[in-house]
Design a protein around this ligand. Structure first.
Ligand SMILES: [Zn+2]
Length: 154
């Protein structure tokens, strides 16, 4: 299934990625992120598995694993070019460009993972400041402290 303006194909970050087939302007909707809304947190202990479970607002999770969600192939990046915004009028989120995106660019967003979730999900986004785990941007300094602390053994 394709979405106008995007296609899924192998990604240098992980598995299949979502790529722009045309340019997107800042603030433009890229693709809907379809799925099932959940009111309880998902099981985070599935190391290395692709994950489509996202906390889209406090206490509200979305399972986007359905094939009816082509946007599920969008990878996480520590330096993303889009963000997931909940459209409360329709009840599901959209990937929205937060900077201009060129045709053929891979579309990425911040999965917003917690510290606990991040420990099971390495990040291979390739960004200069990649923290090495998939974790919500505001939590990255705490993760860096956690990793430094955990390395100390003397
Ligand atoms: Zn990264």
């Amino acid at each position: 299934m394709s979405v106008t303006g995007t296609e899924s194909k192998p990604s240098p970050i992980s598995g299949l990625g979502l790529f722009a087939t045309r340019a997107f302007a800042t603030g433009e909707r890229i693709a809907p992120y379809n799925g099932v809304l959940l009111n309880s947190p998902p099981d985070v202990s599935t190391p290395g598995q692709p994950t489509y479970l996202l906390e889209i607002s406090p206490g509200l999770w979305l399972d986007g694993s359905t094939p009816a969600n082509p946007a599920r192939h969008a990878n996480h990046s520590c330096l993303p070019n889009s963000e997931l915004i909940l459209d409360t009028a329709v009840g599901h989120p959209w990937l929205v460009a937060f900077r201009p995106i060129a045709a053929h660019e891979e579309i990425t967003f911040d999965y917003g993972f917690s510290l606990a979730e991040s420990l099971f999900h390495p990040c291979k986004c390739g960004a200069k400041d990649c923290v090495g785990k998939i974790i919500s941007s505001p939590l990255r300094p705490a993760l860096r402290r956690h990793l430094r602390f955990s390395r100390r053994r003397d």
